[in-house]
Design a protein around this ligand. Sequence first.
Ligand code: IPD
Length: 263
Amino acid sequence: MPHLSPLLTVMTNAARDAAKVLRRDFFEVEALQVRRKGAADFVTKADLAAEEAIVRSLQKARPKYGLVLEEQGEIEGSDNSNRFIVDPLDGTTNFLHGIPQFCVSIALERDREPFAGVVFAPITDEMFYAERGFGAFVNDRRLRVSGREDLSEALFGTGFPWKGKSGRGQSLKETDRVLAETAGVRRFGSAAYDLCMVGAGRLDGYWERGIQPWDVAAGIVIAREAGGEVTTIAEGKARPHLEGNVLATNHLLHDAARRLIEG
Ligand code: IPD
């Protein structure tokens, strides 16, 4: 891996600590699936254990920073400008079903802006990371967004509305419009990973409504540092992790994608 800053070293170490817990539990959950019982409870315990590992690691290295945690809520720090935003297991449904596409996601927010991000997919062993001004990487490779300018050739990612989310999720009509005008839509099941796919140029865009800060804060830094544009969908606001909806593109397609999604 290229030389990591002290901050990214802290964050990647914490992600690896959580990944040890998740990797061990993932192979057990596959066995639980086969026996068809107890998998949901088991995954909840895996989430919590992974989050504990991250909290221990981050608090030891940066004791003054606050933490926003998917499972345990907010822990305030004495430093008012820096807080970590943590999803110990983004892609919980995949994990629960034995699908290896899930991530640990850790962001550092500085003065309300996502400043550094780490997204680690432990089964495929892909460590995505970025810090503002220093570019984005996966393992030792630099990331660049795609150069596609034509919507009809573009591949988009999204998250569909699901039962726990009805009311604040997006309409399927929106997805239909995107399907009709582009090369296709993928649903990987992890918002953090979707944003990394935009950064890697594998997806040309990604949008989702009803998201939480911990789903997207780390991926936003990675997509932006790879040359992408990330805003809210309708108003194009610059802090989508605080607004509950997000659009990320390779930059070239941003306005056209906004118009298409909004209808
Ligand atoms: C979920 C995933 C999914 C997205 C949902 C998220 P979780 O996060 O990122 O792709 O569609 O909006 O809630 O629950 O697995 O941490």
